[in-house]
Design a protein. Structure first.
Length: 300
């Protein structure tokens, strides 16, 4: 917006900005990514999400479970164009997806319907951009993309599919859970776990329904705006990224992995740091949560 300080953030961007402004600047302001980054886990998640989207699109279209499964599998070749995986990966993903369909074949899931300029569509991969603040100085927008919204006993339930290489449960009141339920005007969030073990185990498939109390959502709406102001203020005052002494403290991000920008943060000479960026990093396309044929969700 002309004349205003504009800040657009999704849940991941907001968390990273609060945790490590330097990494956020590299990832989402400069839009950098490593040239040789291991993206197997991400690509596996992309394929599984795509299969589940097609499956539930079929369910919404009144296909039976077996027909919807076949409809999804027939779109696998199109999904392969988006990723770079080995044949064994596709074999595992296809097998696990069909096992998922068999596991939940008797589900009675009602996919919510949304109105778009092109007509009614299933609430799958729903992008949103919600204005939180619009005053004389600031324009804050909360963004995101919801995997699925279902209807249970007349109430919306936000779903997030999680394809995991190792088994662990996510916090039920995370920033993502709170943001997604807030903009969807609901208080229920479902984590739908699909774990990519080589063989099916008791916890390979799991679902956890999380409930957001109304008082918590009211407090969160105020809190998330406070976070936006904090990040905006830091940027405007030039404190957002420490150019002379980056923060290496968050290099260890768990599971033996390190932040992809550790090599830059551990180099304190500006000239050598820029040389490392040129050698090891490349620009990436800025992420957008929605396309122009989608309709945003509003907070009431």
């Amino acid at each position: 917006m002309p004349g205003k300080f504009t800040l657009r953030l999704d849940s991941s961007q907001m968390v990273l900005a609060l945790k490590c402004p330097t990494a956020h600047d590299f990832a989402y302001v400069q839009n950098l990514s490593r040239k040789r980054e291991d993206k197997v886990a991400m690509d596996r998640g992309t394929v599984m999400h795509g299969l589940l989207e097609r499956y539930y699109h079929g369910i919404w279209g009144k296909l039976g479970p077996s027909e919807a499964m076949n409809f999804a599998v027939n779109g696998l070749n199109e999904l392969k164009k988006q990723v770079h995986l080995q044949d064994d990966d596709y074999k595992l993903l296809g097998m696990r997806f069909m096992e998922y369909c068999m596991k939940y074949r008797n589900d009675k899931i009602e996919i919510a319907t949304i109105d778009t300029p092109q007509g009614k569509k299933p609430a799958l991969e729903v992008g949103f951009s919600v204005v939180l603040v619009d005053n004389d100085m600031f324009y804050f927008v909360l963004e995101g993309r919801i995997d699925m919204i279902t209807v249970m006993s007349g109430h919306n339930v936000v779903w997030d599919h999680k394809a995991q290489g190792r088994s662990y449960f996510l916090f039920g009141h995370s920033v993502q859970c709170l943001n997604y339920t807030l903009v969807s005007n609901t208080n229920m969030f479902m984590h739908n776990y699909v774990r990519l073990h080589q063989k099916v185990q008791p916890n390979t498939f799991d679902r956890k329904l999380n409930y957001m109390e109304r008082w918590l959502q009211i407090r969160w709406k105020k809190k998330v705006i406070d976070y936006f102001y904090k990040i905006a203020s830091s940027r405007m005052e030039g404190r957002f990224v420490d150019k002379d002494f980056p923060q290496p403290a968050c290099a260890d991000i768990g599971y033996g992995k390190k932040c992809p920008f550790t090599d830059v943060c551990s180099e304190f000479d500006i000239g050598r740091r820029n040389a490392i960026i040129g050698l090891n990093y490349m620009p990436r396309k800025a992420w957008e949560p929605w396309s122009f044929d989608e309709i945003g969700l509003e907070i009431e």
